[in-house]
Design a protein around this ligand. Structure first.
Ligand code: ARG
Length: 578
């Protein structure tokens, strides 16, 4: 058994849990199969760094008092160098006090000049991540924007943990709206507007045509006929539809590029259109859905969910059919262990229904819906009639302009200033989104997003940039020595605190992805930056004696590397200077 945590396949928490399990088996012999032996981080430092509660759960099986189990464990277990001491607290908690110097050495081995390895817990595991998903011919609304930012952070974390992840942008590119839109296009098109602001123009055409269809039954009939033609593969209507999709995608892509977001596949609902009939047939054949008032409906009483319409009365497939076909298709092609959908809270019922139906179909996959509340902009709104694409871009523009003012007095060259302002501005907007508990109602304010004091993107970027500048100063003042040869400092209380925090970075990322919460990583980074500031205020760096100086600078470098890596997982860049 290994006695160090240099092995990058594991986290500190996992290493201690594995050791604990083995030690329990060695001391107490075979244990009931279901016994979960492991440690968790303690809430208060008096109880050590990690804690094991299993003496309590094993009392019955071992017919021994928990405190006696814990005492025997603490007295007989052969601890690895990492564990400085174990003690027993309360009714039988086992507290783990870790040796900071051993941790510092491990940290020094692992974190070198920008590399911060993460365990490949996702090895041989496939996840499909369905995020962003805007609708063709309509502007992205705030729900799509949050989905894009949160989904992309999950995407990056999965990849970093070694998962095989297929990020799919499930565009709303198929549906009844296209009949109305084709009618609008044929009668009201303004070609100049379509060139300049395609999505706004398509939306205008839709709104006009929709209004017409309300007044005029003939119009509605014609729109239905156009839709039927499109669905039957009519070449003219197919070409029009293609054009709508292409124009919309070009605008979406501009936003993705600006946010530095990419997908592995962009399939959209249309990709599955030939599979929906088959899935509905299956649902009927297996008694999961049946005809009701002309529609095909899955009744989900057993799951205590309202019925789910999978085929409309007019024979048209709907959103649910398309999502069911997509699950079946993804299972066939990728064999994922789970599919993770990221949307706003309004789709909770939809995904509960889809998950229930997939369970009844016995599809070998777990569906997970990660939902978030909508974001508010006081005094403004993300969504306007003319299109909310503009407000997001305006918001990013404004953030960049204000970031430019922040750094105006620095001595960077003009091009570096522009690039830094871009990184700060975009980072501020993204972090404002990612740092919040996704399920709470978030209010976005530019002042808070760009503040250098609170929990903000620029605050973390600034902490990183300050350390980078410290490292440059070190190289200038001490060109003969190399701090990278030193072991990170672990003597002062603030140093020990940092060593523990830094050692917990890998498990923080694992927990954040398991809970689908980029905000947990954001919170960690914020606290890490705060702990660094505490160190900065209590000990000298460049003026410290030889040797101590190197190990402190080495510790600082571990902090900046970890901040940078953590921000990168959130999709946020970290400039060298600010
Ligand atoms: N296009 C949908 C909407 O705007 C979001 C798609 C989410 N993904 C999915 N597989 N249904 O609401």
């Amino acid at each position: 058994m290994t006695t160090t945590i240099r092995d990058t396949h594991t986290t500190l928490e996992q290493f201690l849990s594995d050791w604990t399990r083995q030690a329990f088996l060695d001391i107490f012999g075979p244990l009931p199969a279901a016994t979960k032996l492991g440690v968790t981080a303690t809430a208060t430092p008096e109880h050590g760094d990690y804690q094991c509660n299993q003496a309590m759960t094993l009392a019955k099986a071992l017919q021994t008092r928990p405190r006696d189990i814990a005492t025997r464990f603490v007295e007989t277990a052969k601890t690895p160098p990492l564990i400085e001491r174990l003690d027993v607290a309360g009714p039988g908690f086992i507290n783990y006090h870790l040796d900071r110097r051993v941790m510092a050495r491990t940290l020094g081995v692992r974190t070198i000049d920008g590399t911060v390895p993460l365990p490949d817990v996702g090895r041989d595991r496939t996840v499909i991540l369905d995020y962003s998903g805007p609708n063709v011919a309509k502007p992205m609304h705030v729900g799509h924007i949050r989905s894009t930012v949160i989904g992309n952070a999950l995407h990056r974390m999965y990849k970093a943990l070694g998962y095989r992840v297929v990020a799919d942008n499930h565009l709303g590119d198929w549906g009844t709206q296209f009949g109305i839109l084709i009618m609008g296009y044929r009668h009201f098109l303004n070609p100049d507007a379509l060139r300049e602001q395609p999505i706004a123009e398509l939306e205008r055409l839709y709104v006009l045509s929709h209004a017409e269809s309300r007044k005029n039954p003939d119009w509605l009939d014609q729109a239905r006929a156009e839709l039927v033609k499109l669905q039957a593969g009519d070449p003219n209507n197919t070409e029009l539809w293609r054009n709508f999709v292409d124009l919309s995608r070009r605008e979406f892509d501009r936003i993705y590029q600006r946010l530095n977001v990419t997908f592995d596949v962009v399939r959209g609902e249309s990709y599955y259109r030939n599979r929906t009939a088959d899935i509905v047939d299956q649902l009927i054949a297996r008694g999961i859905a049946r005809e009701s008032e002309g529609a095909i409906v899955a009744f989900l009483d057993a799951e205590k969910l309202p019925p789910c319409i999978v085929r409309k009365r007019d024979g048209g497939m709907n959103y649910a059919a398309s999502d069911l076909a997509a699950v079946a298709d993804r299972v066939d092609e990728f064999h994922p262990e789970r599919i993770v959908y990221v949307t706003d809270e309004r789709q909770q019922l939809h995904f509960k229904q889809i998950a229930a139906i997939c369970r009844r179909l016995e599809l070998p996959v777990t569906l997970e819906h990660v939902w978030f509340g909508l974001m508010r902009l006081p005094g403004r709104t993300f969504s306007t009639r003319e299109g909310n694409v503009i407000p997001l871009e305006t918001l990013l523009d404004e953030a960049e302009t204000r970031a430019m003012t922040m750094i105006s007095s620095t001595d960077m060259a003009a091009s570096e200033k522009r690039e830094t302002a871009r990184i700060i501005g975009i980072g501020a907007v993204k972090y404002a989104d990612l740092s919040q508990n996704p399920r709470s109602l978030v209010t976005f304010t530019m002042d808070k997003a760009l503040s250098l004091e609170g929990n903000s993107g620029p605050y973390l970027q600034y902490a990183h940039a300050r350390i980078r500048s410290l490292l440059r100063k070190y190289h200038d003042q001490f060109p003969q020595t190399d701090y990278l040869q030193a072991t990170p400092a672990a003597n002062e209380a603030s140093e020990k605190d940092l060593i523990l925090r830094l050692s917990r970075f890998p498990e923080t990322v694992v927990h954040a992805i398991d809970a689908y919460k980029p905000s947990a990583l954001a919170e960690y980074l914020y606290e890490l930056a705060g702990a660094y500031n505490a160190l900065y205020q209590t000990v000298p760096f460049l003026k410290a004696p030889d040797g101590i100086r190197e190990s402190r600078i080495r510790l600082c470098a571990c902090v900046s590397d970890t901040l940078r890596k953590g921000l990168d997982l959130l999709g946020i860049e970290a400039p060298e200077r600010m």
